[in-house]
Design a binder for this molecule. Sequence first.
Ligand code: NAI
Ligand code: MG
Length: 509
Amino acid sequence: MYKYFAYRRINTVVAVQTKELLCKEFLAKPQKMLIDGKFVDAQSGKTFTTVNPATEEVLAHIPEGSKADIDMAVKAARKAFEQGPWRTLSAAKRGHLLYKFADLIEKHADELAQIETLDNGKPIKESRYVDVVQTMETFRYYAGWCTKLEGETTNVNNDFFTYTLREPIGVVGQIIPWNFPMLMAAWKLGPALACGNTLVLKPAEQTPLSALRLAQLAMEAGFPDGVINVVTGFGPNSAGEALASHMDVDKVAFTGEDKTGKEILKASLGNLKRVSLELGGKAPNIVFADADIDAAVKGAITGIFFNQGQVCCAGSRLFLEKSIHDEFLTKLNERINKMRQGNGMDEKTHIGPQVSREHLDKILSYIDIAKSEGAKVLCSGSTPSEMKQGYFVKPTVFEGVNNNMRIAQEEVFGPVLAVIPFSGIDDVVEQANAVRFGLSGAVWTRDVKKAHRLAGRIKAGTVWINCYNTFDPAMPFGGYKMSGYGRELGKHSIELYSNIKSVWLNLSE
Ligand code: NAI
Ligand code: MG
């Protein structure tokens, strides 16, 4: 499965496979938030628990940050931005810090991978070879950007010397979800720090551990106090909302559910802070009869079952050209039957548990909805009986789906695939685009012209041709339509985290 991920391209050596629990020491110590360079409890003294979704055991007690803690963190970030050594640090030194941070992540790669798998449930191989590798490579990519940020000079007329400056925005609030806890932190922190902002990160309540470990490594790398603050807690009426609505936060970046995105946008109105949103998806994964079918079957598996389907760009609608429909589903079913489901810490696991009981229930309810809408179950459909504990749901495929059904229109965010037959390019383009999301899509064909035509016609921020879920820090990612706005990664994320200032100097006598 991993051959579809960009990690192969990266020559970084990480991860000796180890049976030793390297994160034991980290888990044994009391968990603290990072505010103004200090590791602290919530001011209220309250905590909440984070559980291992494979066993339902409590992993740790986490400080329950609230408005008071957000206020303190924003104040620290403001001070670090206006007065701290961060502002006067040379671009090269900012870059060095980001490189050092990435090196520390590499040094602790196995420990971080274990933390991620225990907290989120994802297979350890994915944590190790996708999440950790992409995390450190994202920091390295943005470390390089520090010294490449530029303004421009323009020739307005001879009476003026006119130029632009690229400046940091200021204090940035970043709210992230639980599906890629560490990687989403990297996508947010990397460009924000490269541009010279200071920030407050609010990880998801389901998976706060890797962000807290990253906070420790950031301090070890030597970031000045207050530049990076991490406040753990909940969303509505809590830390998340306080951050999104804070009058002294200059920008908020959010990844998560579209409904929450709207709440963030509303909360931002008070001071009209800048907002970037990366929301849901319902991606069309389109297979033409002239495709390499075996490769497309693997791509369909990666598209929907990677990370237990908890991926915003998951290929959750599989469009099959009618002539290959039955052959494709037979092959797909064969491969699904070979997938091993279990505890993510087991090296042999392909598919782990869902992140939480609440999320599992949501997925199971969508399976019921699909059945009641008349979709036919090709395989599975309920929690495997052999899984006594944990939030497991078997890989599920529905055939005979109509693109108007809820199972084809709404984001399930689980290992649930909707298969829809099609007959020709215009038909599939129309159906692919008939959805409110537009984050990604994929096309499988050997016809190069058809592939490029489709890439142009699919309304989505990313189109994969004969591959799925490939990522690289240099390639932008973001949505059309209700999948959000703004592009993360690549040079485009620099736009999200910097302001352009025009300077006019009067030269006239
Ligand atoms: P969510 O989008 O509500 O939560 C994501 C983050 O936002 C968390 O850190 C949360 O604490 C914070 N948050 C929630 N409400 C907030 C508010 N009013 N103000 C500020 N921050 C707030 O996602 P949730 O509730 O964990 O999952 C609900 C559904 O969203 C899932 O079942 C899934 O379908 C979808 N989802 C989509 C993701 C994506 O990347 N597209 C990621 C996570 C969930
Ligand atoms: Mg929510």
